[in-house]
Design a binder for this molecule. Structure first.
Ligand code: URA
Length: 485
């Protein structure tokens, strides 16, 4: 006898778990189960609907199995439910089987999970939003993407976090996902045959989705309860919420203050705060930086991406008046995905503090966004990027500077100088001068903090460090807005 186990969706892990638990408890062999997703075409013969599984009785499985199942179930392979069931049976026979990487079943399911993770990563990196105006004159962002696997649900929280204050939709052939500032909503996709061109995307969104996606206005209260303020500081995109709200309120006050003091024959209605152009410009700048960050995540402009863990993009306020540019991420930065967080970054933080500057007020980035290294045993030894690599990475730095439009760019070391002024130049010849970058910002150069870590002589190291702090102090004099307090 063959049993039919029907799942509510292609990624219905809960449903799969209920069935699998019941089948495993009853000792049902895998060959006796036909897994089917509701709404998908049935095979030629009709299996018996399986008796509904009881939810209570059970057994425990290692957490690692559940994590693996949660990812592997998103794979496109129709065999995935059966493979996971076979793996569950194997785990029940031998609890530590997942550690046996060469076991064919473990390897196959592990490979599926890996492919899914790669697909999710690609979606995070390559989704491109396009801004459109909705009926209310507000802004809405839409994107089209074609994932290989069933990953829309798994990939969506990333966009929710990153673009929390935007309203956006991502359309794919199988699923669409919509964020209105409060809630994520999933709906059907757009058939691949109807894949829209760039221009048709907007039309498609209007005809198919605008109706089902009734965008909430910016619901500050709801957003606060969704994302308590105490967490805002840890979420880069949450920086947006406060400026949006504050700008809206400030603009409303400014509008009221700017009203002519003439008697108005019309009874006045209280001014409603609305998102003003400046708030939107700010939001756009973040979006542009986020877009750059997302695009840079998939950068293949030079070979450095391959051995590196990830692209390390800049971070800091989107309208920082001072931008610091280092050379390239180091080992810790490569692993954590953030600039200047390793030993050089700690020294940099200390010197910034001694110079009275606030790191939260400046933007910190690198000339080259991938870690270049040479493996030596278990260690990865830093290698200086060459001219080709600096040039290949330059569009990202130029994009950051064009978006942020800082008043002052501080080059930390010769690689940053080379990237900013377009030619190899000795640091000594430019240190202490104010030069112009291509973006018309002023540029100052100083040493790289990792140089200070390498100076062998203690007395020399101390005096070089003091000179570095002095250079940073000059930055604060040049632009007092980045000082602490
Ligand atoms: N050195 C750099 O130039 N950048 C970093 O992010 C870390 C070390």
């Amino acid at each position: 006898m063959t049993y039919l186990a029907e799942l509510a969706s292609p990624v219905d892990l809960e449903g799969w778990r209920r069935w699998a638990r019941a089948f495993a408890l009853a000792g049902t062999p895998g060959e006796a189960i036909e897994w089917r997703v509701a709404g998908e075409e049935a095979g030629l013969f009709q299996p018996e609907p399986a008796p509904l599984p009881g939810a209570e009785a059970g057994f425990s499985v290692p957490r690692r199995f559940l994590q693996l199942a949660e990812t592997a179930i998103c794979h496109r392979d129709p065999e995935r439910f059966a493979l996971l069931y076979a793996l569950l049976q194997a785990v029940l026979r031998q609890r530590d089987i997942l550690a046996v990487a060469i076991d064919p079943l473990v390897a196959r399911v592990g490979g599926m999970a890996k492919a899914v993770r790669r697909d999710i990563h690609k979606m995070h990196a390559f989704v491109r939003f396009r801004a459109i105006e909705d009926e209310g004159g507000g802004q809405q962002f839409i994107a089209w993407f074609e994932p290989e696997h069933h990953i829309v649900e798994a990939a969506a929280p990333f966009f929710q976090r990153r673009f929390a204050a935007m309203r956006w939709s991502i359309l794919t052939p199988e699923r669409s996902v919509h964020w209105d500032g409060v809630e994520l909503r999933f709906a059907d996709g757009v058939p691949r045959s109807a894949a829209p061109s760039e221009d048709a995307l907007e039309e498609l969104w209007r005809s198919y989705y605008a109706a089902i996606f009734n965008p909430a206005r910016l619901k500050v209260q709801a957003m606060r309860s969704e994302m308590p303020e105490k967490y805002w500081k840890n979420l880069p995109e949450a920086r947006l919420i406060r400026p949006l709200v504050e700008n809206a309120e400030r603009r409303a006050r400014e509008m009221v203050a700017a009203m002519p003091a003439l008697p108005n024959p019309q009874p006045q209605r209280p001014a409603m705060p609305s998102l003003g152009a400046s708030a939107m410009a700010e939001a756009q700048a973040v979006t542009r930086l986020e877009e750059l960050r997302t695009q840079a995540a998939g950068c293949r402009n030079c070979p450095l991406w391959a051995p590196a863990t990830q692209t390390v993009f800049g971070e800091g306020p989107e309208h920082a008046s001072v931008v610091f540019v280092g050379e390239q991420p180091g080992d810790s930065e490569d692993l954590k995905g953030r600039p200047f967080v390793g030993p050089a970054g700690q020294l940099f933080d200390r010197a910034l503090g001694e110079a009275g500057l606030d790191r939260q007020k400046v933007y910190v980035t690198n000339a080259v966004k991938h870690f270049k290294f040479e493996p030596r045993g278990k260690r990865r030894i830093h290698q200086k990027p060459n001219t080709g690599e600096i040039r290949a990475c330059r569009p990202w730095l130029t994009g950051e500077l064009a978006t942020i439009r800082p008043k002052l760019v501080v080059a930390l070391g010769a690689t940053a100088v080379q990237s900013l002024i377009g030619k190899a130049t000795s640091l000594r010849s430019v240190r202490g001068q104010v030069l112009k970058t291509d973006n018309d910002a002023e540029m100052m150069a100083t040493v790289h903090p990792s140089y200070l870590l390498r100076v062998p002589d203690e007395a020399l190291r101390a005096s070089e460090y003091a000179k570095f702090v002095e250079d940073l102090r000059l930055v604060g004099e040049h632009d007092p807005s980045v000082r602490m307090g």
